[in-house]
Design a protein around this ligand. Structure first.
Ligand code: ZN
Length: 485
């Protein structure tokens, strides 16, 4: 039974979708810059959740929007228009297209498939206008000089997601430049166009939608429901973004907007918040170029999705050694029949699979679930065959586990539970890290030296490999096994 920590109720709850198709929405990127590794974390963990839901037998419809009209994009377009001597409207189109492309390239380099639908805000403006008109006619919104605002005080449960109280908010709120609002708490649903800005025609004149309304409209439209099963995003979106999405949607429909709210922790760099101004902004492209997409994904798997995650050199070297162990175990598996036939204790393998399921069922505990893979690798590296009768059965189960963890399978989950297969690359490429042929050649030389009783030279080979992080272990019967330190 899957339990999910629900930000709305602040506890772990059994996951029961409203129908056999799970309707899941997460807030996508705002396209005004290249995605950074914090965005990568969000893209990755929600993809793992989608895979696991499918593994449990649910159908999943996953929608993730692209915010391609927003103040940040317009500000960027303003800079570009000055530099390139083009209009802001032309620059706006250039900026959005450039960073939409950049985002899809990032998904590709990370080997993360897109959501089932990735709608653009700019394709949905008429639906947003209808939604806003509905809020006005229901008395939850009002127009002032071409802009439309949501009346926060008309929605009594405002603050239920973030735990903020309306009156506390009022004392903390800064005096807004936007003096058209009747109440400082109110937020814009529609913003009147300023001169030279991109705009759309509406009943209130030329303007553009606010950010929050984009998500309320696109989630409900593309998931074809008023109540989503799962709405997700980063912790930083809880307030005001998700709180406002709830207010708009529930005011409009009179129904719960999302049954479960999932929020992931934020990513820091050497303990600091990532920011352009601090010069510690790491894009997905730079990180993949420097460390590989596999390293980045394994890095994401080192923390629970709700925890903060710090990107630093010590952490990365830890990840590098994890990566090496996986690669060696997989390499050995390819040859396990020819080289060292292992017996994978049937009960142990069942226990490993159970640990994977139990961990994922406990609010998607990915690091714990992933650690069961290391127990499997321990089996691969240490057990030798004892009871033939278990062999075929154990091998089948082993195959299943590898399917789940790493390898593609039609019946289970393509590309494994953690989506690592495509990031693993070809075995030949692994040899850049560990030259397996060279190791085996050295083992062969050492064996010959020992047969000739040239033990000192044989020991030199052992030490040489140890310096490279490879441990040799002599087995009864004259065979030698190797594994990374
Ligand atoms: Zn959103």
């Amino acid at each position: 039974m899957l339990k999910i920590y629900n930000t709305l109720t602040k506890r772990k709850e059994e996951f029961i979708p409203k129908s056999d198709e799970v309707k899941m929405y997460t807030c996508g990127v705002t396209v005004y810059d290249d995605c950074h590794i914090g965005h990568g974390r969000s893209l990755y963990i929600f993809e793992i959740m989608r895979r696991y839901l499918k593994h449990l037998g649910f159908k999943v419809k996953f929608v993730r929007n692209i915010t391609d009209v927003d103040d940040k994009i317009i500000n960027k377009a303003r800079e570009v228009s000055l530099k390139a001597n083009i209009s802001i409207i032309e620059a706006f189109d250039e900026v959005r297209k450039k960073y939409i492309d950049s985002y899809y390239k990032d998904l590709e380099t990370l080997s993360i498939p897109p959501a089932d639908i990735e709608p653009l805000a700019t394709e949905n403006i008429p639906y947003m206008i209808d939604f806003i008109s509905g809020l006005i006619s229901k008395g939850f919104a009002y127009e002032r000089e071409g802009s439309v605002y949501f009346s926060v005080r008309k929605f009594p449960s405002y603050g239920k997601l973030s735990g903020k109280k309306i009156d506390d908010l009022l004392s903390g709120v800064r005096i807004d430049e936007d003096t058209l609002k009747s109440d400082t708490l109110d937020f814009a649903l529609w913003k009147r166009a300023k001169p030279n800005e991109p705009y759309w025609d509406s009943p209130w004149g030329n303007g553009r939608p606010g950010w929050h309304i984009e998500c309320s409209v696109m989630s409900q439209r593309y998931l074809d429901t008023e109540t989503l099963d799962i709405h997700g995003g980063g912790l930083d979106l809880i307030f005001p973004h998700h709180e406002n999405e709830i207010a708009q949607s529930e005011a409009f429909n009179g129904k719960i907007f999302s049954s479960y709210w999932i929020h992931h922790g934020l990513l820091t760099i050497n303990g600091e918040k990532m920011a352009k101004s601090l010069g510690n902004f790491v894009t997905i492209k730079d990180a993949v170029k420097k460390y590989s997409s596999l390293t980045l994904k394994l890095f994401y798997l080192t923390a629970h999705y709700r925890s903060p995650l710090d990107f630093n050199e010590a952490k990365l070297s830890e990840v590098m050694s994890i990566k090496r162990r996986i690669k060696v175990a997989l390499y050995q598996l390819r040859y396990f029949k020819d080289i060292y036939v292992k017996d994978f204790s049937y009960d142990n393998i069942k226990a490993i699979y159970k640990k994977f399921i139990d961990s994922m069922n406990d609010d998607f505990n990915m690091p714990l679930a992933f650690s069961s893979l290391f127990e499997l690798m321990g089996e691969i590296n240490t057990k030798s065959i004892k009871e033939e009768r278990f062999f075929e059965e154990a091998k089948a189960l082993l195959r299943l586990i590898l399917d789940i963890f790493l390898l593609p399978s039609e019946v289970i989950i393509k590309d494994g539970a953690f989506g690592l297969k495509n990031s693993l690359g070809k075995i030949e490429e692994w040899e850049r890290d560990i030259n397996i042929e060279e190791i085996e050649e050295k083992i062969f030389q050492r064996k010959n030296l020992r047969m000739e009783k040239r033990f000192k030279e044989a020991d030199e080979i052992r030490n040489e490999l140890l310096v490279k992080g490879i441990v040799l272990e002599d087995l009864a019967g004259g065979q030698t096994r190797w594994y990374p330190k």
